[in-house]
Design a binder for this molecule. Structure first.
Ligand code: SAM
Length: 484
């Protein structure tokens, strides 16, 4: 059963993480503020306020809020209030804000339903998708100009398209001091398997609108020894670079050599190749069959919808759709069709779910689902693009810059930067890619390693990636699940 605490989004932050956050917050507070007024807006058991007191902050300077009436003050001298922070009447009052707000999406929380009008009015301009981003937004309003906020939140705001306006708001209203990808499984003890990041920012002061400030970006930490991340995991980048990235995406510790390919305006994959999603049946159980369920293959067409990690280059169709689907769809209003001009053409079909990313040959006379599919003009181009999409560099760019989640749609892939290859490199990729499709068709367990290596090297060369950064990409691709 879900406990009351869990329903309200109460997952305790581990002490090591709290210590790190408190040190980070205090290190950015201007020394001129001798008696900082500090708020924890979602205090729970009060671990942040107690840690601040242990660090020498007077309890009387601390403010702690919680909506839950069963939560009580962590210390008798702390200014504690049972209140809804999102509705609290606080504006430019605090020198600092720290905490771990609730992470509840619109779908997971009744709070959104119950407070729909109010939320839209207060926070509508930056998009309302999750309680944590509303807490950061409200936190920035509650900070005095020049004040500092440190919060640990779900990391979906870094690249998810829903948070584009939120990222833009952060870039214009604040100086982002640090983003650290917190250790994986930080909250596993509480069974909350979420990836989190620690965000520290300073609210801009009047007239301070230059984004010349440096952001400290810390890659996924292995453990909770926050003080000593390896140098290769820390990057300092000027905030202004993020203004010209697609979707204002916050890429963390992506070498500038790679990031510069995304600086707008740049030539995108979507500018040089056509494609997109195809058929959404609205009811796959009804419309699709597996190989073993089919008696007469003359009546059924291969239907490609989402290859797995090992399905790169070529895989036998897993699903089929009846060749009379146009008639059979009548009376099924959820059956939707896009990009029918590409139906039955040979092309490339991409995976859409899972941490890895792969692309496979889409044979002629097939249909495709709501994953991404591309249709190059000729076969030579097809094999080049197939090689490009299956390269490690593209996996890295997709997962680390464009979208950190497990869902990849064609919209994200179309934003990949496209660099024109030399004819020699193009031929190398094409030949290797063609062999891989042929071999995997003959043997699904074919060892793709050596030819994959040939392709990767050519793609690194095309994008001008140094040896050092090639190793960085390879390390990431070896263990995406842990590093993402
Ligand atoms: C993720 S817990 C964090 C608890 C504690 N700060 C920690 O890190 O261990 C979030 C807390 O936010 C509180 N909360 C949820 N919605 C709130 C709201 N609208 N205003 C204030 N507190 C809220 C919950 O009751 C819960 O105690």
């Amino acid at each position: 059963m879900i406990s009351q605490k869990r329903m309200m989004g109460q997952y305790g932050t581990p002490q090591e993480t709290v210590n790190h956050m408190v040190h980070t917050l205090l290190s950015y507070l201007p020394v001129s503020i001798e008696r900082p007024k500090i708020l924890d807006p979602s205090t729970g058991d009060g671990i942040f306020t107690l840690t601040l007191i242990a660090e020498g902050i007077e309890p009387g300077l601390l403010y702690a809020y919680d909506i839950d009436p069963t939560v009580s003050t962590p210390h008798s001298d702390v200014n504690f209030m049972t209140t809804d922070f999102l509705k609290a009447d606080v504006y430019e009052e605090f020198d600092a804000i720290i905490g771990n707000p609730p992470y509840k999406s619109k779908r997971q929380s009744e709070y959104f339903l119950e407070n729909n009008k109010f939320i839209k009015k207060q926070f509508g301009s930056i998009g309302v998708h999750n309680l944590y981003s509303l807490f950061i937004h409200k936190g920035i309003q509650a900070l005095k100009p020049g004040g500092i906020l440190t919060m640990i939140v779900q990391d979906s705001f870094l690249t998810n398209v829903f948070y584009k306006n939120f990222r833009h708001y952060l870039l214009t209203q604040t100086q982002i001091k640090e983003i650290a990808l917190a250790p994986r499984r930080l909250f596993h003890k509480g069974k909350a398997d979420v990836r989190t990041a620690i965000l520290t920012l300073k609210k801009k002061e009047a007239g301070e609108d230059e984004n010349e400030s440096l952001m400290k970006l810390i890659d996924r930490l292995d453990n909770q020894f926050y003080e000593t991340p390896l140098a290769k995991n820390v990057q300092y980048l000027n905030q202004k670079h993020f203004e010209s990235l697609p979707g204002y995406n916050f890429a963390i510790n992506v070498p500038f050599e790679i990031l510069q390919h995304f600086q707008m305006p740049y030539q995108k994959f979507g500018d040089v190749i056509e494609g997109g999603t195809g058929i959404s049946t609205g009811n796959d159980r009804h419309f699709l069959r597996k190989y073993e369920q089919i008696d007469n293959f003359k009546e059924w067409i291969p239907f490609y919808k989402n290859g797995g990690v090992n399905d790169g280059w070529y895989y036998a169709p897993k699903y089929f759709i009846h060749n009379d689907w146009q008639t059979l769809k009548e009376g099924h209003p959820n059956f939707t069709i896009r990009n029918s001009a590409f139906f039955y053409r040979k092309g490339i079909t991409c995976s859409s779910m899972g941490v890895g990313f792969s692309a496979a040959y889409l044979p002629k006379n097939s249909l495709f689902g709501v994953n991404a599919n591309f249709f190059p003009e000729n076969e030579d181009d097809l094999f080049y693009f197939l090689g490009l999409l299956n390269s490690k560099l593209v996996t890295y760019m997709v997962r680390k810059v464009l979208n950190r989640t497990n869902m990849i749609t064609s919209g994200y892939i179309k934003k990949l930067p496209y660099a024109a290859p030399s004819s020699i490199n193009k031929e190398i990729v094409r030949a290797a890619s063609r062999s891989l499709v042929k071999e995997k068709k003959l043997n699904p367990h074919f060892n793709t390693g050596p030819l994959q290596r040939t392709i990767d090297e050519a793609i690194y060369d095309i994008y001008g990636i140094s040896k050092e950064n090639q190793s960085h990409v390879e390390e990431f691709c070896q263990d995406i699940l842990e590093r993402i």
